[in-house]
Design a binder for this molecule. Structure first.
Ligand SMILES: [Mn+2]
Length: 447
């Protein structure tokens, strides 16, 4: 509650007013539960923020749970690291027959749903007792094994992240518990793990409203049915009005500089069409991270198109397509100049050095001699440089994405490709692309 999908500031009226808020998503969750005549709505934690969460969440929770309770739909929740204390205070303001907070104080607790006096589902829940938990909540899971009625585990925590301070949960431990399915909270990206062979499924439902460019893919709620005493497999029902997506645009075959932008537009339109099919009618806003790939003979035209699309900062890029507003969040030029990298790598020139580095970074050749050590130093130096940039004052207000080695590699690859473009175009101006015998010499003499 209280959060809004980021990167859509350019949308008139601001995000909150046009259905980009998590609060509006909660309204859609309630509508969907009513429409499907659900028996219960389960919330797996971090529903509210610790700081100002009470006032942000109390109104929507009272209203939503009351609307659900009118149709005898129960809301059942566990607390996460963000709402370990505020969710308890919220629960105390709601009628107990509307809202149940399970597992307060980090003690496992079972609640049984019934239909016509017959138990249909046991829900075993555990709530965060504080903002940090270093032990696995499963160490204390001791609820009795049952037969005949399926059990759903409800817990907030960090899957397969040993050493995490947010309730580390090992998938192998989850699978060895006598439950039929696990509904987890904490991670915003939806993820369903199925092991088969009668092992419980493990589901991170993800944030119902996608909130950040890292939260790609369709977002919504998951519907689970209990039939003939069996817990079914969860099914995603898209509910997010926003979607974040990375798009790759191949420019390989394009030779005409004037064809770059129309090709870009056509690819983006096709992608948005696909996203609409996948994310359902509810989708209104798409933020794209575009990356141009392939090898090109017209690097200057490609670079110009990238700059033109990227400099709009979302505000001036308005490619609305059938009720979906599309913003370009980021554009990267990941093309390589159409030069034979292997051939260029043999040259004892700056171009040759750049080509050899790119082959290494793309995993197309193994490091030889002292190269492995040099490469490690380069990656480490890049990582530290990026971290230093993140700590700079102007960026401090932004949510920092962790700088992993993978992130450093990606930056190095982009920078090396850019360097190759620049070097190749300089040599090109001196005649390297002509078919004369002096080409190789010029290539070798290039500083
Ligand atoms: Mn959390």
């Amino acid at each position: 509650m209280g959060r809004t999908s980021t990167r859509f500031d350019a949308v008139e009226g601001g995000g909150r007013r046009v259905g980009l808020g998590a609060r509006a998503a909660w309204g859609r969750i309630v509508d969907t539960a009513l429409e499907h005549r659900c028996d219960a709505v389960l919330l797996s934690g971090d529903v509210a923020d610790q700081e100002n969460g009470f006032w942000e969440a109390v109104g929507p929770l009272q209203e939503g749970t009351a609307r659900l309770a009118e149709e005898e739909i129960r809301t059942v929740a566990v607390a996460g690291n963000h709402d370990h204390s505020v969710l308890g205070r919220l629960a105390d303001t709601l009628p107990p027959e509307h809202f149940t907070l399970l597992g307060r104080g980090g003690r496992w607790e079972r609640m049984t749903l019934e239909k016509g006096g017959v138990p249909t589902l046991h829900i075993d829940g555990w709530s965060f007792p504080g903002s940090r938990v270093t032990e696995s909540p499963l160490d204390r899971y001791d609820l009795p094994r049952v037969h005949g009625t399926p059990v759903l585990g409800l817990v907030h925590g960090d899957l397969d992240a040993p050493g995490s301070v947010y309730a580390p949960l090992a998938a192998s431990d989850l699978r060895s518990c006598p439950v039929d399915g696990w509904l987890l909270g904490h991670i915003h990206a939806p993820r369903l793990l199925e092991a088969g062979g009668g092992a419980p499924w493990i589901l991170y439902p993800g944030s119902p409203q996608a909130l950040h460019p890292g939260e790609t893919g369709p977002h919504g709620i998951w519907l689970v049915e209990v039939e003939e005493g069996r817990l079914g497999r969860p099914r995603l029902q898209p509910l997010s009005t926003a979607r974040y997506q990375a798009v790759e645009v191949q420019v390989d075959g394009i030779r005409d500089p004037d064809a770059v932008e129309p090709h870009l537009l056509a690819t983006l339109e096709e992608e948005v069409e696909r996203l609409r099919d996948e994310s359902g009618e509810v989708l209104r806003y798409v933020a794209l991270r575009v990356s141009l790939t392939g090898s090109t003979q017209i690097p200057t035209a490609v670079a110009r198109a990238v700059t033109a699309l990227g400099s709009t900062g979302g505000e001036k890029t308005d490619i609305s397509m059938a009720q979906v507003r599309v913003l370009v969040d980021r554009v990267a030029d990941a093309t390589t100049p159409s030069l034979d990298l292997e051939e260029a790598a043999r040259s004892p020139s700056a171009l040759g050095a750049a080509a050899r580095l790119l082959l290494l970074l793309e995993g197309r050749r193994e490091p030889a001699g002292g190269e492995a050590t040099k490469l490690d130093l380069l990656v480490e130096g890049t990582r530290r440089h990026l971290e230093r940039l993140q700590r700079e004052r102007v960026y401090r207000a932004l949510e920092a994405e962790p700088v992993t080695d993978a992130v450093a590699w990606e930056h190095l690859r982009l920078a090396t490709r850019r360097l190759l473009h620049r070097l190749a175009s300089q040599i090109g101006a001196n005649g390297i692309h002509s078919a004369e015998g002096s080409n190789v010499q010029r290539l070798q003499r290039a500083p």
